[in-house]
Design a protein around this ligand. Structure first.
Ligand code: FUC
Length: 815
């Protein structure tokens, strides 16, 4: 313990350690050696995930998080594994990946596409528009804590995740002694806390160490024998210019009774009554506010940041830390209560969560108790992965165990990142939307450089993905030339304003983001030449309907084109929102006129004469994959509101045909999107069928969405969809007031229930109760005086709302 020579290494500022202490790589297959002999009888807590055995693989472990730190707890007995993340631990650095040839060759590429010479256009675009480099670097796991205890047999085992208090618990009996472990990640403490107890004194023996796959050291802290340090730097053995983010973590032990030995990067505890382990982590990532190209060197010492956190917590007792964590978490979680009563609640609530998922298939319906859990789990994940001041939720929220997670666990902006935030407003977690706006703000200078260098355009652009370092150029392959990411991202601050009515936010953040995105679009769009369909209209060129391809009349397969339907729908949404924002803020009349003029030049959403479906491209091409996972050309149905059964019934009918032909299967997120779309068509039965497919087929044992592999967007998209089965507010009435639609897409499978605390646009809080598939009662709490317009079962009513006084709604009002 602490008897090694420690000297500072000037180049990396990290503690130098002998090779023996660096041997904690995750190389061997992990398994818990314990034989589980019996499971505990489970308490019937409806909002808890239960299991009767430890996680065998990561996808069975249970997530904890506070927006900065994340952990996956396996619940092992003899061998426990806790995999950790820090949300800023990204490989890479800011760069200028914009292809210098872009602007020069753009007109030629556009001409080739207008002439139908797609193949030539692809070849030219591949060498002149693609980012240099065209791939981004990944988000990485921070490291893992591996524990062992001498308990090779366990009885009455259970592990759980309590969604109401954000606590993970593991308990079992060994040798007649009951052992109990509880963990959480606290936002106020900025730390994970693990607490070990037993119902007998001196019963706790525990060893643990830090592990990682690469680029790290595990060190017994020379300054504090109760601490084990993890230190590293991405690519630390690479040449200096290739080294990346530095990181550090501390695991600190606080003992009641017992002895502790800390040596060679291992802590061993014997005979303790109680063990508390406090874990914190930090990196030298400068923060979204400070990324810039070229990057100014940062001087952040991650280990010093960790030491500061630990010393600030030193004096707090476990119960105090726990209490503060629960209070902080519940300020968000408790805002919405949702209950679908389950006639078999007593029986089903006692089933482990993985069995409940399996039962779904057997029953051919989702047990209500599982719908309740699944809905609140989505909210739990957003509270745990997206907190103001931290990074937005990435493709895996903030949980990833690999050094190279699927799709780099990046921010995909052609559906996935946006989907992560669909539940933020309607499920009353509005503040948690803010990390997305911080990312947006950070991207603007990078996106302006890309707009100018590639397209000679003003404003800012983002293509189909981005990272923590402001990557805005086209990435991956030619399918990455999709300059619509910024325009879609700009929908989110507008939605935040629509729900909250926060004018200051509209003025200071939303509108500047939207205006910049629209300025790019207005410069980027070109006039369609004579000889082509819609000659004289304005359109995007080049363009893609994300990731789908089509067959040209010549038989050639392509995905590259001009004027894909989705582009026009995104642009219409953005320009209309900009027009409205300039009116609300009484500003920029000239810009408003430009937007209005452009709106009259946009190609209308077209219906195929042949199939009756919404056309995905400007020509009625046949798609190569009828069941393609993206339903991009229905952006107008959801998340936009250009297609609705009230205002555009013919388009709604065409959208329905489109959804039917796309089918009822797909990746997790694809299903979640389609559920939202069926909701907008007020088809609760179809929406429920897809929710069933999602939960029975695309949900992992820990309730994570299974793309496959795990991708978190499906959780978020489905949570938003369950809320929109009960409440929608995107449609306006004739006076431009948001219409509060009660129970617009209720399936007979959910024919009884209640929800409180959902949000409708215009900052209204909505509580609804229903019985036998019909509205029983609703309360709408307005945040300002004025008309409140409500629709139910196809009928509309209007009431005068008074700020802070609930408007009571009963079904007889709609007769
Ligand atoms: C989009 C999808 C894929 C995947 C990836 C991260 O490109 O088409 O299915 O979700 O994002």
């Amino acid at each position: 313990m602490g008897n090694k020579t420690i000297k500072a290494q000037p180049s990396t500022k990290m503690i130098d350690v002998p090779a023996s202490q660096r041997q904690h790589k995750i190389t061997q297959f992990w398994t818990d050696r314990t034989q589980i002999q019996s499971a505990a009888s489970l308490s019937a807590d409806p909002l808890t995930l239960y299991y009767t055995h430890p996680a065998g693989v990561w996808e069975e472990a249970l997530p904890l998080g506070n927006g900065q730190l994340g952990a996956m707890v396996f619940g092992g007995v003899a061998d426990e594994r806790v995999q950790l993340n820090e949300s800023t631990l990204w490989a890479g650095h800011p760069q200028d990946p914009n292809n210098p040839k872009g602007k020069m060759y753009l007109p030629r590429i556009q001409q080739l596409l207008f002439e139908g010479k797609n193949k030539e256009a692809i070849d030219l675009a591949d060498t002149t528009l693609m980012g240099l480099p065209k791939n981004i670097k990944p988000y990485q796991s921070l490291g893992e804590l591996w524990f062992d205890m001498p308990h090779l047999k366990a009885e009455q085992y259970t592990r759980s995740l309590d969604l109401e208090r954000a606590l993970q618990q593991t308990s079992y009996v060994y040798n007649g002694i009951k052992f109990f472990r509880e963990s959480f990640i606290s936002a106020p403490a900025n730390a994970m806390v693990m607490h070990y107890t037993a119902n007998k004194k001196q019963a706790l023996d525990l060893n643990f160490t830090w592990k990682r796959a690469q680029d790290f050291s595990c060190i017994s802290d020379p300054n504090d024998s109760t601490q084990l340090l993890l230190e590293g730097q991405i690519g630390r053995s690479a040449p200096a210019h290739e080294r990346g983010t530095k990181f550090a973590a501390i695991a600190k032990v606080i003992l009641k009774g017992g002895k502790l030995i800390n040596a060679d990067g291992h802590i061993s505890i014997t005979g303790a009554d109680e063990i508390t382990i406090i874990i914190t982590a930090a990196t030298d990532y400068p923060g979204l506010k400070h990324i810039a190209y070229p990057q100014t060197p940062v001087d952040i010492d991650p280990l010093a940041s960790c030491r500061k956190v630990i010393s600030s917590l030193n004096k707090q007792h476990y119960q105090q830390l726990k209490q503060a964590h629960i209070e902080d978490y519940q300020q968000y979680f408790n805002r919405v209560k949702f209950n679908l009563p389950d006639p078999e609640q007593d029986k089903l609530a006692k089933l482990p969560t993985d069995s409940l998922i399996r039962l779904t298939k057997e029953l051919q319906k989702i047990p209500n108790t599982l719908v309740n859990k699944f809905f609140q789990f989505g909210r739990y994940l957003l509270i745990s992965s997206s907190r103001p001041g931290h990074m937005p939720a990435n493709l895996q929220g903030l949980w990833a165990w690999q050094m190279d997670p699927p799709w780099n666990a990046d921010f995909h902006t052609n559906i996935n990142l946006q989907m992560n935030y669909w539940p933020a407003e309607v499920t009353n977690l509005s503040e948690l939307h803010k990390p997305l706006f911080d990312l947006t703000k950070a991207l603007i200078p990078f996106g302006e450089r890309t707009a100018s260098k590639l397209y000679g355009a003003k404003g800012w652009v983002v293509h189909h993905l981005t990272d923590a370092w402001g990557y805005t150029a086209p990435a991956d392959g030619v399918q990455g030339i999709w300059p619509m990411g910024s325009a879609w991202m700009a929908q989110h601050p507008w939605e935040h304003y629509s729900y909250t009515g926060d004018r200051e936010f509209l003025k200071v953040q939303a509108y500047p983001f939207m205006k910049g995105a629209a300025e790019f679009i207005l410069d980027f769009m070109v006039k369609i030449p004579q000889g082509n369909s819609f000659a004289g209209y304005w359109t995007t060129n080049p363009s893609h309907s994300p990731e789908n391809s089509f067959i040209l009349p010549s038989g050639e397969v392509s995905s590259f084109t001009y004027g894909a339907t989705m582009d026009t729908q995104i642009i219409r949404d953005l320009l209309q929102n900009c027009v409205e924002a300039t009116k609300l803020l009484d500003c920029d009349p000239e810009f408003r006129q430009r937007c209005q003029a452009a709106l009259t030049k946009l190609i209308p959403t077209q219906v195929s004469k042949e199939t009756g479906r919404i056309m995905e491209w400007i020509e009625d091409y046949k798609e190569t994959e009828v069941n393609h996972r993206h339903t991009s050309h229905l952006f107008g149905l959801h998340p936009s509101n250009q297609i609705s059964i009230v205002n555009t019934p013919e388009l709604a009918e065409a959208a329905k045909k489109t959804l039917l032909s796309r089918g009822d299967h797909g990746t997790g997120w694809s299903l979640a999107w389609k559920i939202n779309m069926w909701n907008r068509l007020h088809d609760g039965e179809h929406a429920y069928r897809l929710l069933y497919n999602l939960i029975s087929d695309k949900t992992l044992p820990n309730l994570f969405d299974n793309h496959p592999p795990f991708q978190i967007d499906g959780n978020f998209g489905a949570t938003a969809a369950i809320a929109e089965m009960l409440l929608q507010s995107q449609v306006r009435d004739k006076n431009n007031n948001y219409l509060i639609e009660l129970l617009p897409a209720l399936s007979h499978r959910m024919d009884q229930g209640s929800v409180t605390g959902l949000k409708a646009r215009g900052n209204r809080t909505v509580n609804i109760q229903w019985e036998n598939g019909k509205l029983k009662k609703a309360e709408i709490l307005p945040s300002s005086n004025g008309p409140v317009c409500i629709s139910y079962a196809g009928k509309q009513i209007e009431r005068n709302g008074t700020k802070g006084i609930a408007v009571l709604i009963t079904p007889d009002m709609f007769q």
